[in-house]
Write a protein that binds this ligand. Structure first.
Ligand code: ADP
Ligand code: 5GP
Length: 209
């Protein structure tokens, strides 16, 4: 690979289905790697340390902030979440495309730092559907679900900050939409390497390096 990796940022109101979509997307596209964030939230049933998140306490998280180990971090619903710098920059430098599933505050921080990043906002079809998804997931208390639904009314306006919008109604269609974004972005002219053009169309055999 002779270009830098592309950074894909996905955000969505809680319960929209972004975790489900990101898992399937990275399973379908093995050359897209998802960053694992650090969080002070407790694991949900079925979540594993180092797979969904690195689950750590508040004190070590604060120490990581002080050591400047996060490219961005934010407090979301009372818990801290952060994206590690080192892993992300290593992968991008190696030409690997990276997927981040982060909240709106984090996405805005990253868009400034990585101007070539591709931001995608996922929306549920409606508040009623979102409520039913949060209830089906059964990982939050009724009060917590209410809090998340309330927040959607503010969060939804963030769509204007993102390059793409995907409406997660039918899962298969949403996945197709996300895959289309991924492939189109990869084909953009700006990623084409000049050396490849020179070697194949311009230089004679003896001029090639
Ligand atoms: P998020 O990561 O955005 O908080 P999740 O991926 O945990 O959301 O999804 C919330 C719930 O909605 C889960 O139970 C998931 O199986 C379900 N879900 C996700 N996408 C769809 C969809 N397109 N149609 C129906 N249910 C969905
Ligand atoms: P959850 O607890 O449901 O897994 O995630 C809650 C919110 O935190 C989601 O909006 C998720 O995208 C966001 N989030 C997860 N990891 C990070 C991160 O590293 N940074 C930021 N800013 N948000 C994150």
């Amino acid at each position: 690979m002779d270009r830098r990796g592309i950074l894909f940022i996905i955000s969505a109101p809680s319960g929209t289905g972004k975790t489900t979509l990101c898992k399937q997307l990275t399973a379908n596209l093995p050359d897209l790697w998802q960053s694992v964030s650090y969080t002070t939230r407790k694991p949900r049933p079925g979540e594993e340390h180092g797979r969904e998140y690195y689950f750590i306490d508040e004190q070590p998280f604060q120490a990581m902030i002080e050591r400047n180990e996060f490219v961005e971090w934010a407090r979301v619903y009372g818990n801290l979440y952060g994206t590690p710098w080192k892993w992300l920059t290593e992968k991008i430098d190696q030409g690997i495309d990276v997927l981040l599933e982060i909240d709106v505050q984090g996405a805005m921080q990253l868009k400034k730092r990585f101007e070539d990043s591709v931001s995608i906002f996922i929306l549920p079809p409606s508040i009623a559907v979102l409520r039913s998804r949060l209830q089906t997931r059964a990982s939050d208390s009724p009060e917590e679900i209410q809090r998340r639904l309330q927040k959607v009314k503010e969060e939804v306006w963030s769509y204007r900050e993102y390059a793409y919008i995907v409406r997660n109604d039918d899962l298969t269609q949403s996945l197709r939409d996300l895959e289309s974004i991924f492939w189109s972005e990869r084909l953009k002219t700006k990623w084409l390497n000049m050396t490849w053009i020179e070697n194949n169309f311009i230089l004679d055999d003896e001029q090639k390096s």
